[in-house]
Design a protein around this ligand. Structure first.
Ligand code: C5P
Length: 429
């Protein structure tokens, strides 16, 4: 049980903080809600009091004999501000202390999480970005906003991430002292292209053990059929090859690939998601880095037919076709993150093949996924007709947990993209 202060500032997303509060209290934590006066315009004090089981105050003049503006912050194990408005970020960055929440932020010595939510223009404004940078440099964990529908008809970055995702960030910080990154990160609004980044250390993986998964899993239905995907494994092989060149000891867990083994790499062939999970977990026990480049099937047939599934020849129903029931496969990437120890080792890298849609761009969906999965880096590539699968070159965006800084790599060969990924990993190592 941890003592948590849930700060809520005045944005429409305050309603989502009710669900976050629920998730925190139902996990047994002692939560004190500290809304700002404008937060109460959106969700009233009775709601916060009923859900937290405690009185709520916005100013420093209630219960003065208990000195709440000092006590709450000093006693907290975690302070989470969701939503954090542009105004709240500005006040926190400048150390203003005009109400109870800003006082708590100055007295807290525990980890602080802030989840900004606001309109895209406000989020992207240089003033807000500078405040976020200041807060991040001071060690505040800023969870970048998700993309999608905002108030009204507009869409873009600025949405408060889903309460479950914020809860997951809080839980990881309470458990490990960090949200899933090995070192504090700095927030930059700008993208960096790989060529503009610091020169790589081409021997930077000497003495490191790395595990790379590659290819696409196949989930058998019967002795002749399977559910599969179009991943060729080329990007995973390139990652393994470049890591070996940089001096790492590499295990490549390869799902259904037909590529030659790269020099000096140990290849473990697998077929299904469950086999891939066993091989990756086994190899990652002693690893410094795990890169999940494989396309792992999210579902598998609930039953495997020992004999080939036959077409029926029923004259009454000539179009009859079987229904295939599916069950969920484990999320190996999420499991790797959940099961690692307090030292945030191994560094975990995920891949995300995304397409843009009405809810957001490829990058927006990638950012949401990075928060949800909790890995240290997420390599996002755009897929669709004619893009990525089986090709020799690739274009990716490398996102880092807790930072809105993006490294763009490509269009370039898959080896060059692999080099950019290892550069980013080496920065964390
Ligand atoms: O959720 P999505 O499948 O888009 O996430 C992609 C990332 O998650 C990849 O790194 C992939 O290797 C990993 N993954 C996994 N287990 C699954 C599905 C995906 O580890 N069941």
């Amino acid at each position: 049980m941890a003592r948590i202060v849930l700060g809520v500032s005045g944005g429409i997303a305050a309603y989502k903080a009710c669900s976050l509060l629920r998730l925190l209290t139902e996990s047994g934590h002692d939560v004190t809600v500290v809304p700002t006066a404008s937060a109460l315009q959106f969700v009233g004090a009775p709601t916060w009091e009923a859900l937290s089981g405690k009185p709520v105050h916005t100013d420093v003049w209630s219960g003065v004999h208990e000195v709440p503006h000092v006590r709450l912050g000093k006693q907290a194990d975690l302070v989470v501000v969701a939503p954090a408005t542009a105004d709240l970020l500005a006040k926190a960055a400048h150390g203003l202390a005009g109400d109870l929440l800003t006082n708590v932020l100055l007295t807290a010595r525990c980890p602080v999480v802030m989840a900004p939510a606001m309109h895209t223009e406000m989020w992207e404004h240089p003033a807000t970005q500078a405040n976020v940078e200041t807060l991040t440099e001071r060690g505040v964990h800023v969870v970048p906003p998700a993309s999608g529908r905002l108030t009204g008809a507009d869409t873009g970055p600025g949405r408060l991430p889903e309460p479950e995702d914020l809860y997951a960030v809080c839980a990881r910080i309470l458990e490990h002292g960090h949200p899933g990154v090995a070192s504090p990160t700095r927030v930059d609004a700008a993208h960096t292209s790989r060529s503009a980044a610091t020169p790589a250390d081409e021997h930077g993986l000497e003495g490191r053990r790395v595990v790379v998964s590659a290819g696409g899993t196949r989930e058998p239905l019967d002795p002749v059929r399977f559910l599969g995907n179009r991943s060729s494994g080329k990007q995973g092989y390139a990652l393994a090859r470049v890591a070996a060149r940089r001096g790492a000891e590499v295990v490549l867990v390869a799902a259904n690939t037909s590529l030659p083994a790269p020099d000096g790499v140990t290849v473990v062939p697998v077929q299904t998601a469950l086999e891939l999970q066993d091989a990756v977990l086994d190899a990652s026990r002693e690893a410094d880095v795990v890169v999940m480049a494989a396309a792992v099937a999210d579902f598998r047939p609930a039953r495997y037919a020992d004999a080939k599934i036959k077409k029926t020849h029923d004259p009454a129903d000539p179009d009859a076709a079987p229904t295939i029931e599916l069950v969920r496969n484990p999320d190996i990437l999420a499991r790797l993150v959940q099961e690692r120890g307090d030292d945030a080792s191994p560094v975990v890298v995920g891949f995300a093949a995304e397409t843009g849609d009405a809810d957001g761009s490829v990058l927006d969906h990638g950012r949401d996924k990075l928060v949800r999965k909790g890995c240290d880096l997420l390599v996002v590539n755009e897929v669709g007709a004619d893009k990525t699968f089986g090709h020799d070159d690739n274009t990716v965006h490398i996102l880092r947990q807790g930072s809105s800084h993006v490294v763009d790599a490509g269009p370039a060969s898959k080896d060059e993209v692999a080099a950019a990924v290892w550069d980013a990993v080496q920065e964390i190592l």
